[in-house]
Design a protein around this ligand. Structure first.
Ligand code: KG4
Ligand code: ZN
Length: 350
């Protein structure tokens, strides 16, 4: 069985062809970073137009890279939410047109669920597993008991973790997206240079909060800016300070995520849930230091740690196609009048 997946919920226009036996025949991603870089964040209207301009080219390339023609397809899946609605409409409508013209099933995919299931495309992971979903739009801990059964155990009360990486990078004018840049800069900095807060780590709740951490970074940068006035070589001081801020921020995030995941594992054990693995997914799961910390926690609890390969952590269409294949095992497809939506909680059908 061959599936076309389409992703267009944020700033990547992506298409992929995936087989039932987990072969990724093609995985095309057109990143809009250059269009949004000047604004240090995604501009929804710019994103929608860019999706519209690129979608034909990206889908055609997915076919040619895979060496197949549209008539070979068995079904088509597209992100129908949550996300920036203009972009979601572009991808969903394109996919519906493909499904209608070929008379094959259309599958409406929840973008967060696709991140949550992506690990099963590359690893043999059975349900149930504990998931940390850490992306630009979300930060949640969930128990994944089936392809459509998600229990949210904790979530962010304000910013997502990826968003906080992006905002911290923006404060230092380091570029966009902030996560990979902050991770790289932090390798040259001292993680103990600044004692940033670890919000909500004294509480039993599995919820997160990143806005206080972000404010602490801003206040520190303002203080450093004042100190700089008495210093001749301010450029090299900036570099050193920024590396130290990145390293200290990165360490604070690692500590918060580790604390919460450790607590979530303890909770699952107390509830006698037979976890098969602990999984991290979403753009922030590309962060090697965070992956390393999660691996150590799992080792301590004698649990298997899994994460998608780094290129499949950030937005891609292979995970959308895979989620379509998971759904197709038990259902025929979604109606062509399925409404794309900007908000769509995990596990909710409509
Ligand atoms: O999953 P994703 O591609 O898009 C959403 O669904 O939101 O996640 C994008 C987010 C951005 O905030 C980006 O800064 C962050 O993932 N990110 C990282 C890294 N790579 C991407 N954060 C920390 N370290 C990274 N290496
Ligand atoms: Zn995503």
């Amino acid at each position: 069985m061959l599936l076309l997946g389409i992703e267009s919920s944020c700033d990547e226009t992506a298409a992929a062809i995936v087989t039932e036996d987990r072969k990724i025949l093609s995985n095309v991603i057109y990143s809009q970073i250059s269009e949004h870089e000047a604004f240090s964040g995604v501009v929804p209207e710019v994103a929608s137009r860019a999706h519209l301009e690129k979608i034909d080219f990206v889908v055609e390339k997915a076919f040619s890279d895979a060496g197949i023609v549209p008539a070979d397809l068995d079904a088509v899946a597209a992100t129908c939410g949550p996300g920036l609605i203009g972009g979601v409409i572009v991808g969903a409508t394109f996919a519906k047109a493909v499904a209608f013209s070929l008379d094959i099933p259309f599958l409406a995919i929840n973008h967060i669920e696709a991140h949550a299931l992506c690990v099963r495309l590359t690893e043999n992971v059975d349900f149930p597993y504990l998931l940390l979903l850490a992306s630009g739009g979300h930060c949640q801990i969930c128990l994944v008991s089936d392809f459509d059964d998600f229990e949210v155990l904790g979530k962010t009360l304000d910013d997502s973790v990826g968003e906080s990486f992006d905002k911290v990078a923006k404060m230092m004018s380091l570029g966009y997206p902030g996560g990979p840049i902050v991770e790289k800069m932090s390798r040259n900095g001292d993680p103990m240079a600044f004692d940033f807060p670890r919000p909500l780590c004294q509480k039993k709740s599995l919820d997160f909060s990143f806005s206080g951490l972000k404010t602490a970074v801003r206040i520190t940068l303002e203080k450093l800016e004042k100190q700089k006035k008495n210093f001749d070589d301010s450029e090299s001081l900036d570099k050193k300070n920024h590396a130290n801020v990145c390293a200290s921020f990165q360490r604070a995030v690692e500590d918060v995520l580790s604390y919460k995941m450790d607590a979530a594992i303890v909770l699952c054990k107390a509830r006698n849930i037979p976890l098969n693995a602990v999984v991290i997914s979403g753009g922030v799961a590309a962060n090697k230091a965070i992956r390393g910390k999660m691996q150590r926690i799992c080792y301590g609890h004698r649990l298997r740690f899994c994460a998608p390969p780094i290129p499949l952590c950030t937005d891609n269409a292979a995970m959308i196609a895979w989620n379509g294949l998971e759904k197709l095992r038990t259902q025929p497809g979604d109606p062509l009048n399925f409404q794309p939506r900007p908000r769509w909680p995990l596990g909710k059908k409509f």
